[in-house]
Write a protein that binds this ligand. Structure first.
Ligand SMILES: NC(=O)c1ccc[n+]([C@@H]2O[C@H](COP(=O)([O-])OP(=O)(O)OC[C@H]3O[C@@H](n4cnc5c(N)ncnc54)[C@H](O)[C@@H]3O)[C@@H](O)[C@H]2O)c1
Length: 401
């Protein structure tokens, strides 16, 4: 029997992002999660119980474990650069959560540090890893439907009313929807549109004075080849774009629309930001209501999605869906079904594994993610100044098809 070499992973940050990846990290057959770091003792205890690995309280201590091949950095946005640089200098490959960082300078620092150390840097999870998005990208790249011209992206969620740490709502610290959620929507639009955004014109919205933050944006992206993208996001928990996917959540699970308004209702009893941060931590890994490692894949899952995407090409409209890709041609509608995922988000670990163990160039590398972050920053600059913003760090997607 041929034994597959496993990738040995250390986790930096055992919070919500880690919890969302828990099924992937527990069940992916090419992965061994052997260590973790978190400043919360209860998360470290839970990790040692669930994974049997070592849990540390500093990233330096964790990275001194020579067995770790790669570190998944899922600490808060503002720590991504510092933790990536430390882990890279200690010889670890990096998978860092979106957004890559909150400034372009930090993104460049991360790219330079990983280049200097000779390690891979991947940024994800982002919904541009989703199989239906990659399939839409493949169909567009085939040329069978002509060239992409107009990309429409719409996502309406309850982001603003989910329990948060204070800085997650503070735009000066990367809070609000532009960095957290734009990192997904822009990554998808750039992938489907060829990557090379030339200019950005945008507004942001702050519509609830009891919960001040950037809770919405609408952005107009012009690509170098003349393709345009209209991207709108609203996190104000009213209209819900999951209606467009026959009520599938972002993670591909079935959603009951009868729970309308539940995020606002749950938050209504929370008195202040400290109580809110405690509520968030109680739901986090190791918290009083926290999650434990699953031993089987979730059932009845479709692929993940990030709201409506429609790519109007010269020959057809192409629409990724949680269970396939729909093509609206001149005289008929074709549906390309995609089998349900066996392990959610396996494609993130597949890309990391292919890079670290097999030496394959990743699509979602540092330059790619810096270009997405540049669009996020340009949305904020354009909204503040009222101008169209030219871009400098854009790159085309690497050919992984
Ligand atoms: N891709 C996704 O679907 C997704 C989902 C949620 C979060 N995220 C990303 O994950 C990152 C973390 O967000 P979150 O919602 O999990 O936050 P969180 O507060 O739930 O988790 C952060 C964790 O990091 C720990 N931590 C803080 N400082 C640390 C330090 N110096 N060293 C070690 N551990 C430390 C905290 O104790 C906490 O457990 C963000 O960048 C966010 O964008 C991604």
């Amino acid at each position: 029997m041929v034994m597959t070499e496993k990738l040995k992973l250390g986790i930096a940050g055992l919070g919500r992002g880690f919890t969302v990846m828990l099924p992937t990290l527990s069940l992916h057959p090419k992965l061994d999660v052997i260590a973790a770091v978190d400043t919360r003792p209860e998360a470290r205890v839970q990790f040692e119980t669930d994974f049997g690995g070592a849990a540390y309280d500093t990233i330096e201590a964790m990275c001194s474990d020579a067995d770790i091949d790669a570190v998944y950095v899922t600490t808060p946005h503002q720590l991504h650069a510092e933790h990536t640089v430390i882990a890279a200098k200690m010889g670890k490959h990096i998978l860092v959560e979106k957004p890559m960082a909150i400034t372009l300078e930090d993104c460049t620092r991360m790219i330079d540090a990983t280049n200097a150390a000779g390690v891979y840097l991947l940024v994800g999870h982002s919904h541009s890893y989703d199989i239906p998005i990659l399939e839409a990208h493949r169909l567009i790249a085939s040329g069978d439907y002509g060239s992409p011209r107009l990309i429409t992206g719409l996502n309406f969620t309850d982001f603003v009313y989910r329990p948060r740490r204070a800085e997650e709502l503070d735009p000066s610290q990367g809070g609000g929807v532009v960095f957290s959620q734009g990192a997904h929507q822009i990554d998808i639009a750039r992938l489907l549109g060829g990557g090379m955004v030339k200019t950005v014109y945008a507004t942001t919205g702050d519509y609830d004075r009891n919960r001040p933050t950037q809770g919405a944006y609408t952005a107009f992206l012009k690509f170098a080849d003349g393709t345009v993208a209209n991207l709108t996001y609203s996190g104000y928990a009213r209209f819900d774009t999951d209606e467009f996917t026959n009520w599938r959540t972002e993670s591909g699970a079935a959603k009951d629309p009868k729970n309308y308004g539940s995020a606002r209702r749950a938050l209504a009893s929370v008195k202040d930001p400290t109580a809110e941060a405690i509520l968030k931590a109680s739901r986090a890994y190791g918290g009083s209501e926290g999650t434990v490692k699953p031993d089987e894949a979730p059932r009845d899952r479709h692929h993940e999605h990030f709201g409506l995407f429609l790519v109007s090409c010269t020959g057809a409209d192409i629409r990724p869906l949680p269970n396939g890709v729909q093509i609206y041609a001149d005289d008929r509608v074709d549906f390309h079904p995609l089998p349900a995922p066996r392990i959610p988000r396996a494609e993130v670990i597949d890309e990391l594994y292919a890079a670290v163990i097999e030496g394959k160039t990743p699509l979602h590398d540092g330059q790619w993610a810096r270009a997405t972050l540049e669009v996020c920053s340009a949305i904020i600059k354009s909204a503040n100044g009222g101008h169209e913003i030219p871009l400098n760090y854009q790159v085309s997607p690497k050919d992984i098809l």
